[in-house]
Write a protein that binds this ligand. Structure first.
Ligand code: SF4
Ligand code: FES
Length: 200
């Protein structure tokens, strides 16, 4: 079937996600809570695009293509909305990353730079109590203060990571009894350096 992306007619398969179509066609779409092939729930809203027929703003990571639809992912309006989503995430995130953060490995920092998102656009507020990083095992660490609650580790962990509390106080926890069995592959899907390694 065919759809239009940024005024370009493209052929797509039934059930393809808009984010994958756009990226394949060479359009840059940021994402934080999405990783191809992994379980996820659209929560960060940095991947939004506009459905030109309905004027609705939709997350491209969880919307499937429908025959004949027309999508705008490049207009200033769409990019402004992405910037606002990033600024909301930054308002609830530590302003100065603590070591060993490396911007090269942080999608949040990279997108914030690309979209010129300001760290102080909204009043800074975090309901998460200042907490030191948790040593998980071997060279694996978890820093809840850098977590943006994207959920990737929670939805892709068999019985390790879980969400605790609701609303502003919601946070990811790794129960002590799960530490031994935790899946190391999760360290590769975290979009910030909340899950990080200290190499010797
Ligand atoms: S620890 Fe990383 S992967 Fe897990 S919810 Fe936080 S930001 Fe997402
Ligand atoms: S990447 Fe689509 S909502 Fe987060």
């Amino acid at each position: 079937m065919r759809i239009k992306v940024n005024n370009k007619e493209v052929s797509v398969s039934e059930g393809e996600k808009l984010i994958e179509i756009l990226r394949r066609e060479g359009f840059n779409v940021p994402s934080l809570c999405y990783a191809k092939g992994k379980k996820h729930q659209a929560s960060c809203m940095v991947c939004v695009v506009k459905n030109c027929e309905t004027e609705q703003i939709i997350p491209s990571c969880s919307t499937l293509a429908i025959k004949g639809m027309a999508i705008d992912s490049e207009s200033d309006g769409v990019k402004d909305l992405r910037r606002q989503s990033l600024e909301l995430l930054l308002s609830d995130h530590m302003a100065v990353c603590r070591p060993p953060c490396n911007p090269k490995n942080c999608a949040l920092q990279n997108h914030a730079k690309e979209y010129r998102a300001k760290w102080n656009k909204f009043p800074r507020y975090s309901a998460i109590k200042a907490t030191p990083p948790q040593h998980v095992k071997d060279n694996l660490w978890f820093d809840v203060m850098k977590c943006i609650r994207c959920g990737l580790c929670v939805y892709n962990s068999n019985d390790g990571f879980t969400f605790q509390n609701r609303g502003f106080g919601m946070q990811v926890v790794l129960p002590v009894e799960s530490v031994k069995n935790v899946d190391e592959a999760l360290w590769g899907i975290c979009p910030t350096q909340a899950l990080y390694r200290i190499e010797n």
